[in-house]
Design a protein around this ligand. Structure first.
Ligand SMILES: Nc1ncnc2c1ncn2[C@@H]1O[C@H](COP(=O)(O)OP(=O)(O)OP(=O)(O)O)[C@@H](O)[C@H]1O
Length: 552
């Protein structure tokens, strides 16, 4: 089986913030401005308790002028804090949105270009969770928590400086009573939360995947009366998720114990402060500064531990997103646009989805402009070969070349433009016919060229006809007509059509035949043919049997 980098359910958290730096680097100016303004606003706030303490001393000394000056300073600090905080919020929210948009765009782009084998080997729900739910959680974290994280850390640092310069004895007491206990609580919490948050994210992804698969298979589930086992399967996943949520909640209770520590510290400060005032080593104002600052400090450290908890959760989301970006990173090798000619050559191609091979040593030539029908029993490997022919899979051994260039070395975009596969089940998006053609150009010339103008005109609103949820209003044959229009719009060198096996009504079958005949003009046409009438129209027929060439 061709090498595919598998995603980790619970990827490594270490170094995740360092790994996200390349995505932040392009926005470093905005980041610096946001952090600076935020820290200035925090500095203004941290000075407030010291100014109130000094004002208390001025009041006790009945020093009117000093009291007025300190009140004016207090007013300036409060206004500065308010204005700067608002500016910092604006800058950091803008930064967060830009970074998250970059990450999401890149993840969606990488997924769109990811090898088909990668998409097939992973659960759609898990991939969806990584590019939607986890990016949304990250966005919420960046918008709400990052600014808090900066200002809370800044507040703790600035307040420590203010307190140490007011009374190193009381400040030391505060540190001795408070820091070790909080460090211990934080450590226990991080240890418990790291595993708990990762487990919760993985369990949630399993639930999303199970719900999505049930919805996709809803017709079969209903028809086979298999709702019971599906419900049980979903129930088991939900139970696992709830158990993971309970583990996270248990980890969070560690944070609650911080309240006990805070009570003990305040009592210690009042006792020691009272004794020092009595011994006239500090003023009442200093004790007021300590009581006010320590209250703020406690709530800052409290908020900080909460934000740190959120950070662990966001790190998990971020790690899962970065894991997806790493796994889908295109190989660094130089890619070419391909040779000038459009002969398609398959040489000794082997391929398997797992350890067993589906195709064995297949060698074939499709000269430019040829028309070939590919036939064989069901499961003989026709669709697999078609996907290899247009570069959707890379062979385990052998090569597929277009105009002499190995498809594996061709530029992805060029590959998609020059080789087009119209599958049995053409995927449609919820929207109009025009939206499903994925083009900014006028599609009508291509529609007319394929002889489909009357079909489009027969739809209620022509190109603007709404096709229902994921094209549910159209038959398999009509979906293939859309696939053929998409192919014609790309003007490819090679078109591979996997003929619909569903019964086609005579009018649609005729339209497909006409469109395919028109599409063939000046390009290679390979049709995986399921019907005798189709096979008879082709001058060359290639037969596959059990993954080997049985005749051409
Ligand atoms: N995505 C996949 N993962 C694993 N096995 C697969 C996958 N797609 C096809 N196979 C297996 O590979 C073999 C060849 O399948 P393939 O679809 O290429 O045959 P086919 O000739 O096109 O069949 P049909 O005419 O029914 O479409 C089959 O045994 C099939 O079960």
């Amino acid at each position: 089986m061709a090498e595919i980098r598998m995603l980790n359910e619970e990827p490594e958290l270490r170094g995740v913030l360092r790994r996200v730096w390349p995505y932040l680097r392009p926005h470093r100016r905005l980041l610096t401005a946001g952090v600076t303004v935020n820290l200035l606003s925090t500095l203004a706030l941290s000075l407030v308790p010291a100014v109130v303490g000094r004002a208390t001393d001025a009041l006790l000394d009945l020093d009117r002028d000093r009291l007025l000056q300190l009140c004016a300073l207090l007013f300036v600090l409060v206004i500065a804090r308010m204005v700067l905080l608002r500016q910092a919020e604006i800058l950091l929210v803008r930064l967060g949105e830009r970074v998250v948009r970059d990450l999401r765009d890149r993840a969606v782009e990488r997924l769109a270009a990811a090898p088909l084998r990668f998409l097939e080997t992973h659960r759609g729900g898990d991939l969806l969770q990584r590019v939607t739910v986890e990016v949304a959680e990250l966005a919420a974290f960046v918008r709400q928590q990052i600014p808090d994280l900066i200002s809370l850390t800044g507040y703790v640092v600035f307040t420590a400086v203010v307190l140490f310069t007011s009374s190193w004895q009381l400040a030391s007491l505060l540190v001795v009573l408070f820091a070790p206990a909080m460090w211990l609580i934080g450590r226990r919490f991080r240890r418990a939360a790291g595993d708990a948050y990762a487990g919760e994210a993985a369990a949630e992804a399993q639930v999303t995947a199970a719900v999505r698969e049930t919805l996709e298979a809803r017709e079969q589930v209903q028809a086979a009366d298999a709702a019971g086992p599906w419900r049980q399967r979903l129930g088991e996943r939900l139970d696992a998720w709830f158990a993971a949520v309970r583990r996270t909640q248990k980890a969070l209770t560690w944070l609650e114990t911080a309240w006990i520590v805070q009570g003990v510290v305040t009592a210690g400060l009042l006792l020691a402060g009272g004794a020092m005032v009595a011994a006239q080593t500090v003023t009442v104002g200093v004790v007021v500064t300590f009581v006010l600052a320590s209250r703020e400090l406690f709530s800052s450290v409290d908020d900080l531990t909460y934000v740190a908890g959120e950070l662990v959760g966001s790190q998990v989301g971020l790690a899962r997103l970065l894991d997806l970006l790493d796994a889908t990173e295109p190989p660094a090798r130089e890619r070419t646009g391909g040779g000038a000619g459009s002969d398609l050559a398959v040489e000794g191609v082997c391929f398997g989805y797992g350890p067993d091979r589906v195709l064995h040593e297949v060698s074939l030539e499709f000269p430019a402009g040829s028309r070939v029908a590919l036939v064989g029993e069901t499961g003989s490997g026709k669709t697999t070969l078609a996907k290899l022919l247009c570069g959707l899979y890379t062979p385990d051994a052998g090569t597929v070349r277009l105009g002499g260039t190995d498809l594996a070395g061709m530029d992805e975009r060029e590959l998609r433009r020059r080789l087009v596969l119209v599958p049995q089940q053409v995927h449609l998006i919820t929207g109009t016919l025009a939206e499903n053609l994925f083009t900014d150009a006028d599609p009508m010339p291509a529609v007319r060229q394929l002889g489909l103008a009357d079909w489009v005109a027969s739809l209620p609103d022509g190109l603007d006809t709404h096709l229902g949820p994921r094209g549910a209003h159209l038959s398999a044959g009509e979906r293939q007509l859309i696939g053929l229009i998409r192919a014609a719009l790309l003007t490819p060198d090679v078109v591979i059509l996997d003929e619909a096996t569903a019964d086609l009504d005579p009018a649609t079958a005729h339209r497909i035949e006409t469109a395919v005949a028109q599409l063939h003009t000046a390009r290679t046409l390979i049709v995986i043919a399921h019907r005798q009438a189709t096979i008879e129209r082709f001058p060359c027929v290639v037969r596959l049997a059990g993954g080997v060439l049985a005749g051409a």
